[in-house]
Design a protein around this ligand. Structure first.
Ligand SMILES: Cc1cc2nc3c(=O)[nH]c(=O)nc-3n(C[C@H](O)[C@H](O)[C@H](O)COP(=O)(O)O)c2cc1C
Ligand SMILES: *[C@@H]1O[C@H](CO)[C@@H](O)[C@H](O)[C@H]1NC(C)=O
Ligand SMILES: *[C@@H]1O[C@H](CO)[C@@H](O)[C@H](O)[C@H]1NC(C)=O
Ligand SMILES: *[C@@H]1O[C@H](CO)[C@@H](O)[C@H](O)[C@H]1NC(C)=O
Ligand SMILES: *[C@@H]1O[C@H](CO)[C@@H](O)[C@H](O)[C@H]1NC(C)=O
Ligand SMILES: *[C@@H]1O[C@H](CO)[C@@H](O)[C@H](O)[C@H]1NC(C)=O
Length: 385
């Protein structure tokens, strides 16, 4: 008897806290008629998670798996998504929010954009749409946000550069993977990036070895991942001398390394665990931001700090900004939106802007610039326990 009760309680507890890769907001029922292999009409997409639903129905399993997969049991990937929900807002009321939408402009390393979020570098844009990264370049331009193409983009750097308006009015950066044993190749690559017109180089350092990717392996989705490498902080210092462009470090996962980045004069860092794709047990960018907020908040003033991982809603963006993060990156949502090419990417930008405005108003902000840690409780809630 006891064990039956126990088993029932256990299953109830489990049932009370399922992991929802796509939270249930009724899309399965609403789009039940959309056949596998086709995209639902763009007007039926009401939030960023819907783009994943659309891409999952449209792309073949191996292509979808390449975007979706995380490392090993995908606990770090799931944690990226869930970490935001552990912290509840402290909304203030009776505040004038009538101008909230006009306060989004954000300067990122001196370049002005219309919002404090950007498109994170993700490989293989052609898996979702034959126009590949062109939709990301154009969608970012329409939405007036930053796009950082991946070193493993489907299209060559030259074609990405050519897709920007010729008057130079679109600022893009460029992500790189490097080979520590070949400075000649690195210098040539940096020269090529400078000539392409990119305004900063983003050096990814969270790919310290091959990723363990069970889901990708199962569906032969391949994985453009790293080999073991000899990178050090001294190497980063040397690297900065190879180019006149700022070299941003992507993949900082501790307050200790954020301090190292300050010491080694990085202009900016990205708090990131690569979307949970490389190391199960790695913290989400948001958790690292919280750690810096608690242990060395001055870092947010000493250098520019960006962060990514699991951002899907306006409230996620606001939680990052509240801690001192200057700009927030999104990877998978834009890759899925790119199934619709430019229109989809531009719509994703608009949806997220609208959510940020609504959530900021409900938080009690008159200006997005007023956001700070006082707008959230930084002790975990018990929503799921
Ligand atoms: C399909 C895919 C490919 C990626 N490729 C790269 C890459 O080439 N270089 C890189 O620095 N990060 C890469 N990332 C990591 C993203 O830049 C970013 O850190 C991550 O996607 C953020 O998490 P999110 O997807 O939950 O938004 C990739 C992520 C995905 C999903
Ligand atoms: C960016 O915006 C600021 C504040 O609105 C403005 O002072 C500055 O001139 C702008 N910079 C550029 C490069 O447009
Ligand atoms: C899946 O789709 C991608 C992108 O269109 C294509 O390159 C690939 O060959 C497809 N794979 C399978 C198994 O159909
Ligand atoms: C640059 O070119 C684009 C596309 O042709 C145009 O929309 C934009 O207004 C131009 N910007 C400036 C500053 O000239
Ligand atoms: C280094 O890179 C250059 C340029 O890409 C290439 O020609 C050369 O063979 C590489 N050297 C080694 C030792 O791999
Ligand atoms: C980089 O260049 C600066 C200025 O030219 C020089 O002082 C410094 O030693 C160089 N650093 C490395 C690691 O090469």
């Amino acid at each position: 008897m006891k064990s039956i009760i126990f088993a029932t309680l256990t299953s109830l507890a489990l049932a009370a806290r399922p992991f929802l890769n796509e939270a249930d907001t009724g899309i399965d029922e609403a789009l039940a008629d959309v056949p596998q292999g086709t995209l639902p009409p763009l007007e039926d997409i009401v939030g960023l998670p819907d783009f994943e639903w659309a891409a999952r129905h449209y792309m073949n399993t191996s292509a979808y798996t390449y975007y979706r997969n995380g490392a090993a049991g995908e606990w770090a990937y799931r944690n990226n998504l869930e970490a935001f929900q552990r912290y509840t807002a402290k909304p203030r009321v009776l505040r004038d929010n009538s101008k909230i939408e006009s306060t989004f402009t954000t300067s990122i390393l001196g370049h002005n954009f219309s919002a404090p979020f950007y498109i994170s570098p993700c490989a293989r844009g052609a898996l979702a749409n034959e126009r590949a990264e062109l939709g990301l370049v154009e969608g970012a331009y329409q939405g007036d946000i930053l796009y950082i193409p991946s070193d493993f983009s489907s299209l060559p750097l030259k074609e990405l550069a050519a897709a920007r308006p010729s008057n130079g009015s679109q600022v893009m950066w460029q992500q790189v993977y490097l080979d520590a044993s070949n400075d000649t190749a690195t210098k040539a690559h940096f020269k090529e990036i400078e000539q392409s017109g990119a305004r900063a180089i983003v050096f990814t350092v969270d790919s310290a070895g091959p990723g363990v990717r069970h889901r990708a392996q199962r569906y032969a989705a391949g994985s453009a991942d790293a080999d073991y490498s000899a990178f050090t902080w001294q190497y980063y210092q040397k690297l900065q001398n190879f180019t006149t462009l700022p070299v941003v470090i992507k993949g900082i996962q501790t307050v200790e390394d954020a301090k190292m980045a300050v010491k080694y004069k990085a202009p900016a860092i990205v708090l990131s665990n690569h979307g949970g794709r490389n190391f199960d047990s790695s913290p989400s960018g948001f958790e690292v931001a919280l750690e810096i907020h608690q242990e060395a908040p001055e870092i947010f003033k000493q250098i520019e700090v960006y962060a990514d991982g699991g951002v899907r809603y306006g409230s996620d963006v606001l939680k990052m900004l509240a801690l001192g993060v200057r700009a927030v990156g999104l990877g998978r949502p834009f890759m899925y939106a790119n199934a619709y090419s430019t229109e989809g990417v531009a719509k994703a930008v608009e949806l997220l802007k609208a959510e940020i405005a609504s959530d900021a108003a409900h938080l009690g902000l008159s200006s997005l610039k007023d956001i700070g840690p006082q707008y959230f409780k930084w002790t975990p809630n018990n929503w799921y326990s």
